[in-house]
Ligand binder design. Structure first.
Ligand SMILES: Cc1cc2nc3c(=O)[nH]c(=O)nc-3n(C[C@H](O)[C@H](O)[C@H](O)COP(=O)(O)OP(=O)(O)OC[C@H]3O[C@@H](n4cnc5c(N)ncnc54)[C@H](O)[C@@H]3O)c2cc1C
Length: 551
């Protein structure tokens, strides 16, 4: 008989996740934990069971674009995969958006919402993409104060009733630029009292959505970002026909292949102004804060899935006379990945906590400033970590990790989008520096890290605390010195992200050691510290020019 390798298996993804559970135990009041525990348990069962099986079964299915109906009408309908249809219903009924707007949980609503999303995301083929934009659109509309649009759309975006549930797109990127949206060429014209949009949107995910928020330049406005306005568009008219929107094609992408991402031509799409007829980038900002937090949570969710599979596999695969789980070097490799994941987890969920306080109107000035700074920091840090971790996860399976029908390659391909959409690493690093300048400086970050580390007593954690504080101080001094700031922005932002993540991990480690007699978070903190948090170093701008431009 030839040898057949047992595949990796998943169990209930909530029950099995000590990092999530310990975090929730520490942060939530016990009655609230007891109240939400069954819904998390249930989502964990689906994520490790029926949804995961469906995901593997549908591995080869992809969304399709139907441009014409049988009678020659241009319909531009997107057929999504069955798993996406399941995910849409589940998302509505389990309140993946609604929870954040119900106010039942007050400032902790975001923790509850993102704990569910974290379990849901890796088994639903990135359905978190339209959910992120739906959540962001609800937030941006509420922040706009446009009551007519709030009344029209927000109840649909935030309902638990699947029949009434809408998702939203976010159409910003044009072929001229996704980072520099000020170059956008889409024009808005008033025709018979109705705003109509004309132009081309180059990357539009969630194109099957009922509505979108988009940027366009009202005719006569100046060039650049200030001249753009934020518009609300419903994708279909009352007869279900396209609202002056042509879907030119779906993108053929490296990953996120279940997410329909289209190129659109707007041919007089009827639209409504969300706020003033200018400053659209400012008005869409509340949306981006939400979608970037979804991105951070998706990054940790994908890392967690990869690790759950790799750790299970290490207990099933034999090499050189022992299970991989007994080989010191394989264990060491997995331990490094687990530490990266745990640090990323606490960073992402800390930002979710801040967002929850901000939504509930309970964010003090310091917390609002922190949210502004840490949202891009968490997004860029966790996204880069997820690509690195999932690349190693693939290798942890050897050749099997590279083979499509194991379902493993998809994890790495999907993770690779996380540092690109919602702002690339470089663009968010520059945004971080802007945020630091306008939101009170590095002192805001240093004060909060100091506060987080106050309760730390274990000797290793005390050493780690001192290191975090020194590292953040070094970033402040580097910023004050003002040399080659733009070129070093990415290293600075990643240093802040890693140092802050280590502070959060240290706090969790102290708590777990005392409250749960669990030393694993302490091990994660030591390991993450050993891997290094400081990226600022001796980098020379002239060397960069020599190398990048071959000068
Ligand atoms: C799968 C997928 C789905 C997407 N879905 C959507 C969507 O639904 N809606 C939407 O609006 N967009 C969407 N996007 C677009 C995405 O947001 C953009 O691709 C992204 O913001 C980058 O813009 P760009 O492609 O124009 O790259 P560019 O802006 O041309 O960037 C190219 C490179 O230059 C770097 N760079 C740019 N400016 C600077 C600078 N000042 N300093 C240093 N480096 C810089 C970037 O980091 C990047 O590495 C999607 C993209 C993908 C891949």
């Amino acid at each position: 008989m030839s040898f057949v390798q047992p595949p990796p298996r998943l169990v209930n993804q909530y029950d099995d996740d000590r990092v999530l559970r310990a975090y929730l135990h520490r942060t939530l009041p016990s009655d609230f934990f007891t109240q939400i525990d069954p819904s998390l348990h249930n989502m964990g069962a689906l994520a490790g069971g029926a949804l995961y099986r469906q995901q593997l079964d549908e591995r080869e299915l992809e969304p399709t674009l139907v441009q014409w109906d049988a009678w020659g009408n241009r319909v531009d309908r997107i057929e999504v995969t069955p798993l996406w249809r399941t995910a849409e219903r589940l998302a509505a009924e389990r309140g993946l958006i609604a929870i954040a707007y119900s106010r039942d949980a007050g400032p902790l609503a975001r923790v509850q919402q993102f704990a569910l999303a974290y379990l849901f995301t890796p088994s639903t083929d990135l359905y978190s993409c339209p959910l992120a934009m739906t959540d962001g659109a609800a937030r941006a509309l509420l922040a706009s104060g446009n009551q007519a649009l709030i009344d029209r759309a927000v109840p649909h975006l935030t309902t638990r009733n699947f029949e009434r549930f809408w998702t939203s797109g976010q159409w910003m990127t044009e072929s001229t630029g996704g980072s520099d949206v000020g170059l956008s060429r889409t024009v808005a014209r008033q025709e018979n009292g109705v705003w109509r949009l004309h132009g081309r949107k180059w990357f539009t995910s969630a194109i099957a959505s009922r509505m979108a928020l988009t940027l366009a330049r009202p005719e006569g406005n100046p060039p650049g970002g200030k001249g753009l306005a934020l518009f609300y568009v419903e994708t279909r008219d009352e007869n279900g026909m396209p609202n002056g929107i042509r879907v030119d094609r779906l993108k053929d992408k490296l990953g996120t292949r279940k997410v329909p991402t289209a190129e659109l031509t707007l041919e007089g799409a009827a639209a409504q102004l969300v706020a003033e007829p200018h400053d659209g980038v400012k008005h869409i900002a509340p949306m981006l804060n939400v979608t970037r937090t979804w991105n951070s949570v998706s990054a940790v969710a994908l890392m967690r899935r990869g690790l759950a599979l790799a750790r299970d596999y290490a207990r099933r695969r034999v090499a050189f006379g022992a299970l991989l789980a007994e080989k010191p070097l394989h264990l060491d490799t997995l331990a490094g990945l687990q530490a990266e994941f745990e640090a990323a987890f606490h960073l992402a969920f800390f930002v979710a906590e801040l967002l929850g306080r901000s939504d509930a109107g309970e964010a003090a000035e310091q917390q609002a400033a922190l949210l502004r700074i840490l949202t891009p920091v968490a997004k860029l840090t966790t996204a880069r970590q997820s690509v690195a971790v999932l690349s190693e996860v693939i290798e942890a399976f050897g050749g099997a990790g590279y083979v499509e029908d194991t379902g493993l390659p998809m994890l790495l391909r999907d993770a690779q989008v996380l540092p690109i959409w919602e702002g690339t690493t470089n663009v968010l690093a520059l945004d971080t520096l802007r945020a630091i300048e306008t939101a009170g400086g590095m002192a805001v970050v240093e004060r909060e890290a100091h506060f987080i580390l106050q309760g730390v007593r274990q000797p290793d954690l005390l050493r780690i605390s001192a290191r975090v504080e020194r590292t953040l101080e070094r970033v402040r001094l580097w910023l004050e010195a003002g040399k080659d700031i733009e070129a070093g922005a990415r290293r600075a932002a990643l240093t802040i992200g890693r140092a802050f993540a280590l502070a959060l991990l240290a706090r969790q480690a102290q708590w777990s050691a005392e409250a749960e007699r669990d030393e694993r978070p302490l091990a994660a903190a030591r390991r993450f510290a050993a891997a290094g948090i400081a990226l600022l170093g001796e980098y020379d701008a002239d060397d960069a020019r020599r190398l990048a431009r071959d000068e």
